[in-house]
Ligand binder design. Structure first.
Ligand code: PEP
Ligand code: MG
Length: 762
């Protein structure tokens, strides 16, 4: 049965439509269990009834016509109880209900299993047989397993309104909400442009040609157009991104040279293959060679080679989207939106980004934040190809999308966009005012940064320092580790721009969801694996080069350079890292670079450290809480998994308790403590952190003015009073609601990004 289940699951996954998938399921169940009938009933949201949506064994006309009120019949009983029901002679059951239209008289054995998703019964799957018998236990287990798989398929179709559309002829789903992960803040409404490699190299056949010259000409034309596209993209991005982050484009251009892929394709064409076939052959050859090599960096190039092949093929097939016809307001949507796809859209027309894959730490999300474009990542249930040219709403504050919005909902979002823009404008003047509460408590509002392009925006928003420079970001846009000098230049740019303000540079934090293309880490459980300081302590050569570059970059500047260690788990790691930092410092001094000794800090992201915080604080100059990771590890909830997103609660009482303990521990050792997770950039989180005594709140530049505005309009006394109340609460939602009420009471509700209740969508 395992093989059968696997096969069904594969076929359902690749089924072209929801209806097709249901058809596969009922047909296979009949075949495998040898039953005469298999039926799927689903709750219709419109009527509230349980309706027959697919069946094998009854008259086809029964589909859509048989419906049961909640609890009606044995099928209704299965849904009501939420448990399987296995009955030998169903017609004798007190809840049996007879439908003459479907001709079920002769069936006697009945097995029904609820289709349950996220604790909700969505429907029932049943099998029936003429024979007088009870279904065996293993048959029951088979159907239960299948029902769990079916639940995912139904839930997906339900979310898109497909189920209602099948069950009700006139139903057009509107205001359909999809949940993902907040990638970049803001709201946008625009036209979906679904992007993906439209040409499919795998489907190109070999064809002999006598017209070698003509094939060569069209190939040359395609190459010229791809080359022009890449150069144009590179040019258009040069304003927004520095050269080192555009290195990928030169690598592409090089591959198009005659000495590389293009030359080999020409050779193939000369041998008589048509251009498309020749291209496929050459790309496939390179891909399989690269897949075999041991060097992980070279193996990673497979994606680039394939993407380039797709681009050339698209022109050969003349199906390339003319990029000058992008709509005015583009919401760029794709299974995996890449940085190069983002750069294909003219910057002034790009309003939002939606990626089915990826996380808040993906390069695309980081790029979106730098470009100030709202983004939603990881919307795995989104039927991407159905949305081409449709209007969609992107809510980057809460990581949601609204498909096919009604005028009412669109007007509502337009209003929110206008309010937000007005508020941002109003906040401009406070950029030069201190971050100080009404009763004179001063604290530091710093920024989290990653791309050089973010420096100006951060300073424009009044950043008083950098609290977290994610140095892995410049590492990620290259095809090898940057040299010491290359790093020094990047770090210097930040330090100079912020001089004399402090700059906190985190040492390379890779692993988990942060991958370098040339240094793949393949693990079953990457978040509990080789990440952050664990990697760099195992590679002192990488660590030392980075620290030397940081120290050299700080030469002659007033700015305090603060070096911060990610993912620290115990004292030994801090001691080892400190030894390496001091060694790097000595080496720099020996090269006659008279730079200052940097401050050293430890990030608190691993729960174990909460209980050793004083010990760690004694070893360093400062602590910084990475509340994103700390929350995910404390609650055992993957921060990037939409399926458990509702369990990821930064305001969980246990997390808040830990944050308070950490602040107390740092201060008991007379050390400063900051927080640089997303929590610090929310008004609600900021209020609690202020009350707990955090010295530094570090956040995305976009959130900074709002947080500053809130801080300038509350008193430390109020914050402490709110914290005291919150400490008596035992539920994250209650805490959040309470703080929001307090903000509203203080006239500060504008700082809270709206979140639509489902009632707006009715
Ligand atoms: C954190 O974990 O809170 C943090 C700031 O680091 P990152 O989000 O880069 O993992
Ligand atoms: Mg982290």
């Amino acid at each position: 049965m395992l093989d059968a289940l696997r096969q069904i699951s594969r076929d359902v996954e690749t089924a072209p439509s929801f209806e097709y998938a249901l058809g596969i399921i009922v047909a296979r169940v009949c075949l495998i269990l040898g039953t005469e009938v298999c039926s799927i009933y689903i709750f219709d949201k419109v009527s509230g009834e349980l309706k027959l949506i697919e069946n094998e064994g009854f008259h086809r006309s029964a589909i859509g016509t048989v419906s049961l009120a909640p609890g009606e019949g044995v099928v209704g009983l299965v849904a009501e109880r939420g448990e399987p029901l296995n009955i030998e002679n169903v017609s004798e059951h007190p809840r049996y209900r007879h439908f003459s239209a479907i001709g079920e008289e002769p069936f006697s054995a009945f097995l029904g299993v609820p289709v349950t998703h996220n604790r909700r019964v969505l429907g029932v799957i049943t099998v029936q047989q003429r024979e007088d018998r009870r279904f065996r236990e293993d048959e029951e287990a088979f159907l239960t397993t299948l029902a769990a798989q079916l639940a995912i398929v139904v839930a997906r179709a339900d979310a898109t309104g497909r189920v209602s559309a099948i069950l009700n002829a006139d139903y057009v789903p509107t205001d359909v909400r999809y949940e993902g992960i907040a990638g970049a803040p803001g709201i946008a409404i625009g036209t979906a442009v679904v992007i993906g490699p439209s040409a499919n190299l795998d489907h190109v056949p070999n064809k002999e040609t006598d017209e070698v010259a003509a094939e060569l000409t069209s190939f040359d034309r395609a190459i010229d157009r791809v080359r022009a596209d890449i150069e144009e993209t590179d040019r258009s991005l040069s304003e927004h991104l520095p050269a080192q982050e555009r290195a990928l484009f030169s690598a592409y251009l090089h591959m198009l040279d005659d000495s590389a892929i293009a030359g080999e394709v020409r050779e193939e064409i000369r041998l008589g293959n048509w251009a498309q076939g020749a291209l496929r052959t050459v790309i496939a050859r390179h891909v399989s060679k690269l897949q075999l090599v041991e060097n992980p960096y070279l193996r990673e190039r497979v994606t680039d080679v394939r993407e380039l092949g797709q681009r050339v093929l698209a022109y050969l097939q003349d199906i390339h989207r003319d990029k000058f016809y992008f709509p005015e307001q583009v919401i760029l949507i794709g299974e995996e939106v890449t940085a190069s796809m983002v750069s294909d859209v003219p910057a002034n027309q790009l309003k939002g980004i939606v990626s089915l894959r990826g996380s808040s730490n993906s390069h695309t999300a980081i790029l979106a934040r730098a470009l100030n474009v709202p983004a939603v990542m990881g919307v795995s249930e989104f039927p991407v190809y159905e949305f081409e040219n449709q209007i969609v709403v992107v809510d980057g504050f809460y990581g949601e999308l609204v498909g096919n919005p009604t005028t009412q909902v669109m007007d509502h979002y337009h209003e929110l966009i206008a309010e937000e823009a007005e508020f941002v404008k109003e906040l401009e003047p406070i950029k030069d005012q201190p971050s100080e509460t009404l009763d004179g408590h001063r604290l530091n509002l710093w920024v989290n940064i990653g791309l050089v392009g973010e420096i100006t925006r951060s300073l424009d928003r009044g950043a008083e320092g950098i609290g977290l420079f994610r140095t892995e970001i410049p590492f990620a846009s290259r095809d090898r580790f940057p040299t010491e000098e290359e790093q020094r230049v990047i770090y210097r740019e930040h330090l100079e721009a912020f001089n004399p303000r402090p700059v906190t540079m985190r040492t390379l934090d890779i692993g988990g969801d942060k991958a370098l293309p040339y240094f793949p880490i393949d693990e079953d459980n990457p978040f509990l694996g080789w990440r952050g300081i664990r990697v760099t302590l195992d590679h002192p050569e990488i660590f030392l080069v980075q620290v030397r570059a940081m120290i050299k970059a700080s030469l002659g500047l007033e700015s305090d350079l603060r070096i911060m260690l990610p993912m620290v788990t115990d004292r030994r790691e801090v001691a080892e890292a400190k030894t390496l930092i001091l060694r790097a410092y000595r080496e720099v001094r020996e090269e006659n670079v008279a730079a200052k000794l940097p401050q050293i800090g430890a990030m608190i992201e691993v729960p174990a450290v909460i209980h050793q915080a004083r010990l760690i604080a004694r070893q360093v100059d400062f602590l910084a809480v990475g509340s994103n990771d700390l929350t995910q590890y404390m609650l055992a909830v993957d921060r990037n998994n939409p399926r458990v997103a509702n369990l990821y609660q930064e305001m969980h009482p246990a997390v808040l308790h830990a944050l308070r303990e950490l602040a107390k521990a740092a201060h008991a050792e007379q050390k400063g403590i900051g927080i640089c997770g997303e929590l610090a950039g929310t008004p609600e989180g900021a209020i609690l952190c202020v009350a707990m005594g955090y010295d530094v709140l570090s956040m995305n530049a976009a959130n900074l003015p709002k947080v500053k505005w809130v801080i300038r309009n509350v008193s430390l006394r109020d914050c402490r009073r709110i914290l005291a109340r919150v400490r008596r609460m035992d539920d994250a939602e209650e805490i959040l609601d309470f703080i929001r009420d307090q903000l509203i009471g203080a006239g500060l509700e504008r700082a809270i990004p709206h979140h639509e209740t489902p009632s707006v969508f009715l």
